[in-house]
Design a protein around this ligand. Structure first.
Ligand SMILES: C[S@@+](CC[C@H](N)C(=O)[O-])C[C@H]1O[C@@H](n2cnc3c(N)ncnc32)[C@H](O)[C@@H]1O
Length: 333
């Protein structure tokens, strides 16, 4: 999964395909409507108002449109961060983000900085990651009578094939054994072993981490009926579950286990300040139409975008928002 998504110049996120939006493979909330990013901006404002010289650090900024819309809204609110930092592992996407931001917010470009690695010192302000955790490589496993098997990938006659063998990964074995009592033999799922370390590495001294992604708590993630896991592939707006085809051309993703996120946060001395679904988060952050109803076409278009972001059968329920804070006790709206 790591190679298929991130191998330099070949992986899905490293190579130059379109990815986001109508002409790409999938669409994310900031691509649907700027209203999504404006809600995030208002949450950022609450933190930036309380912290002098606060900064924003966005992980995995995609096309750069969320950064542009957040900065525009914060400018309106007279609450710009001292710096808007972006940590993006794809060099291709870094270039695309720069092009978007130079076009959308040329007058703010000096505030934006691309980091090649985590900053050496911790920062004060807000850390954002929208649909980043779902793009992290996972291990796929199966519960067997004798132990835990892992899905390895091999090549036969120039095609990728699964090879399911007893795992040699001690950490995987330990973590999956903890799930065994609740699950039947033959149960298949996946686990993101890198997630706790990622949370622990977040460089926040004071402020807020806002993580937005599709997922659920452990009890739903590892529900006995969800017996094939959550791994999905996106190719030209088609969704399927075979990561061994279109390698490097399709997105591969899994849902996020928010219980793991919360536990890792507590272990890293962060406070879980909030956890809700996307609809509740957006409505509490002031999501509302901004277009004059007399402009019927534009108004209906925006109403449709709001529905996509909030309806339970669209993004409203499956997507969750988790707020983690460090040394920050102001009540967030
Ligand atoms: C599904 S896309 C979401 C893009 C964007 N946030 C959006 O909502 O449109 C995942 C993004 O995360 C980036 N990414 C994945 N793992 C990362 C990591 N460990 N650090 C920084 N960026 C990462 C990818 O290159 C890509 O930009």
């Amino acid at each position: 999964m790591h190679h298929a998504l991130y191998a330099p110049s070949l992986g899905y996120y490293s190579a130059g395909s379109r990815k986001f939006g109508a002409e790409g493979d999938f669409i994310t909330a900031p691509e649907i409507s700027p209203l999504f990013s404006h809600c995030i901006a208002r949450q950022c404002q609450q933190v930036l108002a309380a912290i002098e010289n606060g900064v924003i650090l966005e992980f995995g900024a995609g096309s750069g449109i969320m950064a542009a819309d957040i900065l525009q809204e914060l400018e309106q609110l007279d609450s710009l961060p001292k710096k808007y930092l972006i940590l993006e592992i794809s060099a291709d996407l870094q270039q695309r983000q720069r092009a978007t931001l130079e076009k959308q917010v040329p007058h703010l470009i000096d505030r934006i900085e691309w980091l090649q690695q985590l900053p050496a010192t911790t920062l004060q302000g807000v850390i954002l990651a929208n649909e980043v955790l779902d793009a992290m490589p996972v291990h796929r496993f199966r519960l067997d009578e004798q132990g835990i098997s892992e899905f390895y990938v091999t090549v036969e006659e120039s095609e990728f094939k699964w090879q399911i063998l007893p795992t040699e990964n001690e950490e995987l074995r330990e973590e999956v054994e903890k799930l065994r009592p609740n699950l039947p033999i033959g149960y298949i799922s996946e686990i993101n072993l890198a997630l706790p370390a990622w949370i622990q590495s977040l460089p926040l001294a004071t402020g807020l981490v806002l993580l937005i992604d599709y997922g659920f708590p452990s009890s739903e993630y590892y529900h006995p009926q969800r017996n094939e896991g959550t791994l999905m592939c996106h190719y030209r707006h088609q969704t399927h579950d075979n990561p061994l085809i279109n390698v490097g051309l399709q997105d591969i993703t899994t849902h996020v286990n928010f219980t793991t996120v919360g536990k890792a946060a507590i272990a890293a001395n962060l406070k879980v300040a909030g956890y809700t679904n996307q609809a509740n988060f957006l409505l509490a952050s002031g999501l509302a139409p901004t277009i004059d109803p007399n402009d019927t076409k534009a108004y209906l278009q925006q109403a449709q975008q709001i529905k996509t972001l909030t309806l339970p059968n669209e993004m409203g329920e499956l997507f969750k928002v988790m707020a983690l804070t460090a040394n920050f006790d102001i009540q967030l709206n």
